[in-house]
Write a protein that binds this ligand. Structure first.
Ligand code: ATP
Length: 239
C-alpha cells in the first residue's frame, strides 16, 4: 500500500492484540512533518496498544505502518528508532540510573561513540537536569522525572516523538509545564504524537483522533472536534 507522500507517519488498517484478544480494529492514523497529533481515548481504549504497534513493541497483525515513506510494519523497534521515531512510555526513565546515564541510554540509537554534545544541548533545554546529573532518576520529583523522560527521548534526535500519557501522575501545574516544553519542541519542528485522556493537550494539537473500543471514532482538526456535539459532551462535559 503506497503511503501518502506528505505523511511522516502513516498507519493504515492496523489490527493488534494480545493472544486471542483483539484490541485494535483497522486503525488509521497519520502524522505530517512538524505536526502535533493527539490520540484521545478513555482507559482501555487501546491507546498504548496502538503506540506499541507503531514503534514495534508488539506485532501489527493486519495493516501497514510507514515512516518517512518506508514500510516499517515488520521492522525492528531499534531500526524504527534509527529512522526517527522515538517512544516515550508512561514511566519513561530508568529510576536506578543517574540522569546522565538515562540520557546516554536515550542517545544509543544515534550510534555515536560520544553522545556528549547532544547531552549538553539537552541540559540547555532542561537546566535542572544538569544540576542533578549525577543523581539517580528516582531522586527527582514527578515533574522533573517527566522532563528527564522527554530529554531521554530527545537524546535520540527523533523527527517524531511518540508519547504515552505524558500527564500521567502529574499535578495540573506540572501538566502546564509539560505543555510549555512541548510548545518549545513544536517550534523546533519536532512532530509529536501524544496519547492522552487529558483534553488539556488539545491546546498544543493540530489534529485529533478519538479511539473508542479499539476503533477510530473521529479524526479531524481540534475545531472540528469541538463542533461535534456528541464528542463535546463525552470529552468536555466531564471536565
Ligand atoms: P490506559 O490509559 O489504561 O493505558 P489504553 O487506551 O492505553 O488505556 P491499552 O493499555 O492499550 O489501553 O489496553 C487496551 C486493552 O488491552 C485493555 O483491555 C487491556 O486490558 C488490554 N491489554 C493491555 N496490555 C495487555 C497485555 N500486555 N496483555 C493482555 N491484555 C492487555
Amino acid at each position: 500500500m503506497a503511503p501518502e507522500a506528505a505523511s511522516l507517519l502513516d498507519a493504515k488498517g492496523v489490527d493488534a492484540g494480545y493472544g486471542t484478544m483483539q484490541v485494535l480494529w483497522g486503525v488509521d492514523l497519520d502524522v505530517r512533518p512538524g505536526e502535533t497529533v493527539l490520540l484521545l481515548g478513555a482507559n482501555g481504549a487501546g491507546k498504548t496498544t496502538f503506540l506499541k504497534s507503531l514503534v514495534g513493541l508488539i506485532e501489527t497483525r493486519q495493516g501497514h505502518i510507514a515512516l518517512g515513506g518506508r514500510d516499517v510494519t515488520r521492522m525492528r523497534s531499534s531500526d524504527r528508532m534509527r529512522l526517527g521515531m522515538t517512544y516515550m512510555s508512561e514511566l519513561a526513565v530508568f529510576p536506578d540510573l543517574s540522569i546522565e546515564e538515562n540520557l546516554k541510554v536515550g542517545a544509543q540509537a544515534l550510534g555515536h561513540a560520544d553522545p556528549g554534545a547532544r547531552t549538553e544541548e539537552l541540559y540547555g533545554l532542561f537546566p535542572v537536569l544538569r544540576e542533578k546529573r549525577r543523581n539517580a532518576a528516582s531522586t527527582l520529583s514527578g515533574g522533573q522525572r517527566k522532563m528527564l523522560g522527554i530529554a531521554k527521548a530527545l537524546a535520540a534526535e527523533p523527527k517524531l516523538l511518540v508519547m504515552d500519557e505524558p500527564s500521567a501522575g502529574l499535578s495540573p501545574l506540572l501538566v502546564k509545564e509539560v505543555l510549555q516544553v512541548l510548545s518549545r519542541l513544536q517550534q523546533q519542528g519536532l512532530a509529536l504524537l501524544i496519547a492522552e485522556q487529558n483534553i488539556g493537550f488539545l491546546e498544543v494539537a493540530t489534529r485529533v483522533f478519538v479511539l473508542e473500543g479499539g476503533r477510530i471514532r473521529f479524526s479531524g482538526t481540534v475545531a472540528e472536534m469541538t463542533d461535534n456535539e456528541a464528542l463535546r459532551r463525552a470529552y468536555f462535559g466531564l471536565k
